[in-house]
Design a protein around this ligand. Sequence first.
Ligand code: AMP
Ligand code: MG
Length: 493
Amino acid sequence: MTHGSRRNRPVAGWKFDNSYARLPEVLFVRLYPVPVPAPKVVVFNTPLARFLGLNPDAFEGDEGAAVFSGNRIPEGAEPLAQAYAGHQFGAFTMLGDGRAILLGEQVTPLGERYDIQLKGSGRTPFSRRGDGRAALGPMLREYIISEALHALGIPTTRSLAVAVTGEPVFRETALQGAVLTRTAASHIRVGTFEYAAMRGKPEELRNLADYTIRRHFPELAAAGNPYLGLLGAVMERQASLVARWLQVGFIHGVMNTDNMALSGETIDYGPCAFMDAYDPGTVFSSIDLHGRYAYERQPQIAHWNLARFAETLLPLINPNPPEAVAMATSAVSGFADAFRRHWLAGMRAKLGLVNQEADDRSLVEELLDCMHRHKADFTNTFRDLASGPPLEASLFQSPDFKHWFERWQARLKRQPETREEVGRRMNACNPAVIPRNHRVEEALAAAVERADYSVMEKLLGVLSRPYQEPPEESGYHLPPPPLVQPYRTFCGT
Ligand code: AMP
Ligand code: MG
């Protein structure tokens, strides 16, 4: 690159303010990404870049390749790997960023703060036996599914770019290496608190808790017991988040405590996937042998994770241990109610119910049971109900469904909204398109095997407008053809 073209390069727009790097040093290790030989950006999220205050033109060619692979550290960044612990499938482990580097926090033109993290950026002191790297397929998969959740209006980390590294990673076979640039409200996890609590130094823990309150729940700072308030606020966000997942058929797949962000964002897109036919026991992850993280278990698991979070806060909640336990237990016991409230509100909306009746829960459950018995497509059933049921589908022909349908029609008559208004409201909250597994696989195969990113770009376009009917012939709304094998997902490590 000539000196002249460098000088003419547009200003990138980085505006880092790295508050995490000012926390006690035990919470992280400062280090740089490990350079890669031949980086190239293969996907770039222009709208997200603009939202962050970055100038997409500044990342054309070599500059974007260098920055989004970790070869060049942007001005103002203070790279570090975060320390954390976590319960993985119920067992406590010391973890930390084993293949990620936090560059710092970008302050957006709106004054909001977002972590910029490189995932797949090389070994760190937390890598254990891992290589610190990521394969292209799983990074593209995270890009697609996280952006789909964002477009559905569900809180989530997002994906700014994927760069290939020009270096293979070795899993069962040699795969192309890649780095994903992830943005997040923060990367503070339940596991971050587990790590701080385990060190047994109350001041470190208090420092982290005060920081989390300032960053995500500033209104709690003046509360009587801000740490009990923190527990309640995190619980409320998780209850809302998991309810939102269930309402679109999303299965996170690896809800370990290190994969639960206190901000309330969905984080860690490993084995996650969307369900097609409704079955509450659905599990996609190949390593989830006992269905710990099955679709319908997600609320219980969130509750279990929150109990682990509560345990870390005990010394801050009250200096008297039995009193602290009583206060935390009472707070966490509110999760089930909080979840049910969010879930019922969301399910009412999915069925176009604007007012509330005592029997609404049973109305929703009767429909779900019916869908389960008939293996009805979760997404399309609600969409079909909005426009009046198609007469040919087996679900809509069955006596149990007809019974439910009449009950629902009678229920709708007890609210003032017209049928058209109900249909309009339903279509605004029931997606027409989700990232169907077979379409995601098709996009990944084209990208990974043939370096053809057009299939993925088209899919991303449709997923960015999930409540809009896709062109009929595109087939994006269709469930998969009958599968020989059930769909399986892998952690991608
Ligand atoms: P995950 O299953 O993605 O939540 O990762 C769990 C832990 O394993 C985290 O500490 C990761 O940083 C670490 N990890 C995952 N993959 C690798 C890898 N290839 N190299 C090093 N550490 C990894
Ligand atoms: Mg993780």
